[in-house]
Structure formats: C-alpha cells, structure tokens
Design a protein around this ligand. Structure first.
Ligand SMILES: *Cc1c(COP(=O)(O)O)cnc(C)c1O
Length: 381
C-alpha cells in the first residue's frame, strides 16, 4: 500500500457492528463481560479503547512499525520512552531539541537518575565520540527545532547498532509522510500528534511507534500502569487529521520552499534556515532521507534588533503569532520567548537561536497571500 492509501485505509475499515464507514468514537470507560474474564478483548478503557486501537494500527502502518501506542500528549509519549531506561543510564541527545523535551529530560528524569547529555549531532562522528559505556539511548530530532538542522538518521543508527544502543527519533517536524526513521535503523519513533498528524490545531496528542515487540510490550505495560492515555474523541480527531496528511504536508512544503526563497532575497532578512537550500550544511542528507524539505522556515533579521522582530511578528495577518506548528493555518513564533524559553539563554545562543530568530510554520493557504503578508510585515520595520 502506498502512503496516500495507507493514511485512509491502513488498519481501518467499516465498523463490523453497524457498517459505520468512519471509526466510531467509543465513549465508554468499561466493557461488558460475558462471564468473569470472558470478553471481546476490551475490559477497561485505560487499557484498551477501540477508537484508540484503530488509530494505533494506522500509525504503526504509516511509520512502517509493528506497534503504535498513543498518549494524551507528545510529552507523555516521550515520558514513556524515558521510562524504558534505568537510573544511571545515559541518554545522548541533540543540543537544539524542542524546549519541552529538554525540560523533561533535565528537570524530571534527571532528578530520578537519568543522565541526559546534549551534543551537536550534525556530524555522526561527534555522536560516535560522545558515546560512553553508560549510553543506552540516542534521542534524535530532525529537522531540529527551530534551527532546522538535519541529522543523518541512518549514519547515526549504524553507529548505535554496533554498540547495541537504542535510537529514538522525534519525528514530529517531518511527519511519516516525509521520513520514516524505522526504515533507517531506529527502533522508536515519537510524535507530538498535536502537530502535523492532527493537522488542525484542535487537539493535544502523542504517539510512540516501534518495530520491536519487546519494547512494545514494555510500553503497553507503562501506558496502562502510568495512565496518560488519550480520550477516544481525541483519537478520532487524529484519525480524521491523518486522512489528509499527505495533501497538507505536500502543500505546506511547496509554500515553505517559496517563502524561504522570498526571505532569502529580502534586504531586511539576515540568515534563513531551511534544509531545502543547497547551501544548507546537511542539504544532501535531507534530500536522501526526506521526501521534501518540510513546512518550517526560520530566519533572523539583518540587524540584531529585537524590537523589529517583535514588530514583524505583531504585524502579520495570516500568520498568527502563536506556539505550535503543523496545522493547516500558518503560524509565526518567537522561539526565544515561546517554545524555547525553558532552555537557558547561553545554551540557546550556542546553537544559533538568537533573540531575534523568527520561526514560521507554513500552512496550506495560497502562497501569494502568505508572501504578501510577510512582505507587508517586513515593510513595517
Ligand atoms: C510540540 C512538540 C513536542 C511536545 O508535544 P505535545 O503534544 O505538546 O506534548 C515534542 N516534540 C516536538 C518536536 C514538538 O514540536
């Protein structure tokens, strides 16, 4: 099955009871048992819910995994993966990852003995050099947020495989339409389904996908034991969003490519971060591991003036100033004070995340309108 067919059909089918073409929202907490322990596979909705099961089957197919497990948010999905590790284990991670992921590793799991370390992973050799005998997992995010660096998933997985280290990839920014890390050697994929998978900025949701049955078993145990499960209506909304994933992401990518070019040629714009540019340091890797270059573009102003950045962000009309990304509508954001405020300033600056950096999540509107909107906002400074 090709991707555009999978999003609509994989793991899904008419409801056997009623013929309902769309997966029903099973709004129930418990299920009738014929006699004690004799049931139709469903006992209690923290453990299993048919709407959630349908979504999990679909997500497993999209990422070419064997199992998917859904959570009430992207960060609770990540939390489950962190719990696969033990106190004293080291997790090596990219140094410009999502602020909330950084916060969880450092301020939650480190307290319980996990040892997170953050390094620049753009050169796979740097990863090889940083691994110690305590390293049990590599945590990748690519494209990275918000600098849009690209990590070579396959090269890093090859290094990890030799040393028996698990690789988890936060695939939120790319979505499975653009890249499938399990095919490149990773064992775990994590999503904030809040973003491209849901695609309409109306639900918080997360998922872990794996191709390792033993890991899936531990994750099912944790899902049930910890309990951060999504409600059935949220699962329904993600299922509905996924049906147009390929169309939305395709259009976002096209719009983002044009916007990146427009910004590159604008006299008031300084550096533009976009993996589709040939001069992007890992453009060749992006070309190899992604279908297109994604719907995210970041840029700096020519002069390091924070007031001007604020004026621009407050003067767009179609780009809404808001956190988050991956919805049909375009968003503009200020990572330093919004998504990445939880990362210390010195750490941020080391990765190029300046106080004037502006991040765009390009939606599926008409390109001309989006470019005109940015043009007008840039003219206001
Ligand atoms: C938003 C985001 C998360 C966190 O997901 P939530 O659904 O907000 O909990 C994790 N990783 C990345 C890359 C994100 O963009």
């Amino acid at each position: 099955m090709k991707f555009g067919t999978k999003v609509i059909h994989a793991g899904l089918g008419p409801d056997p009871q009623t013929g309902a073409v769309m997966t029903p929202i099973y709004q129930t907490s418990t299920y009738a048992q014929e006699s004690p322990g004799k049931h139709k596979g469903y006992e209690y909705a923290r453990t299993q819910n048919p709407t959630r099961s349908a979504l999990e089957k679909n997500l497993a197919a999209l990422e070419n995994g064997t199992h998917a497990i859904c959570y009430s948010s992207g960060l609770s999905a990540m939390d489950a993966v962190m719990r696969l590790l033990e106190p004293g284990d080291e997790i090596l991670s990219t140094n410009d990852l999502y602020g909330g992921s950084y916060r969880q590793m450092v301020r939650v799991h480190q307290v319980y003995g996990l040892k997170p370390r953050f390094i620049d992973m753009q050169k796979p050799e740097a990863v090889a050099n940083a691994i110690t005998d305590k390293t049990k997992m590599l945590w990748l995010e690519t494209p990275t947020n918000p600098m849009l660096n690209i990590l070579d998933i396959k090269a890093i997985c090859d290094i990890a495989k030799e040393k028996n280290i698990l690789v988890a990839v936060d695939n939120t920014f790319a979505s499975p339409y653009l890249q499938t890390p399990l095919d490149l050697g990773a064992q775990i994929v994590v999503h904030s389904a809040t973003k491209y998978l849901g695609g309409h900025s109306d639900v918080i949701h997360g998922a872990v996908i794996t191709n390792q049955p033993e890991l899936a078993e531990q994750l099912y145990f944790l899902q049930n034991a910890v309990g951060a499960v999504p409600g059935p209506q949220d699962c329904f909304l993600i299922l509905r969003g996924i049906k147009t994933l390929h169309l939305r992401v395709e259009r976002s990518c096209q719009n983002a490519a044009s916007i990146a070019d427009f910004l590159k040629n604008h006299p008031k714009v300084g550096k533009v971060y976009y993996p589709g540019f040939e001069e992007h340091p890992n453009h060749e890797v992006a070309k190899r591991q992604m279908r297109h270059f994604g719907g995210m573009v970041s840029f700096d102003l020519m002069k390091d003036e924070i007031d001007k950045a604020y004026t621009i962000m407050s003067n767009t009309h179609y780009f809404t100033l808001a956190e988050s990304l991956g919805g049909v509508e375009s968003l503009i954001g200020h990572p330093a004070s919004m998504t990445h405020a939880s990362i210390p300033r010195e750490e941020r600056l080391k990765t190029g995340l300046t106080d004037t950096l502006i991040r765009l999540s390009v939606g599926v509107e008409d390109q001309e309108d989006l470019i005109q909107d940015l043009d007008r906002a840039l003219a206001s400074v």
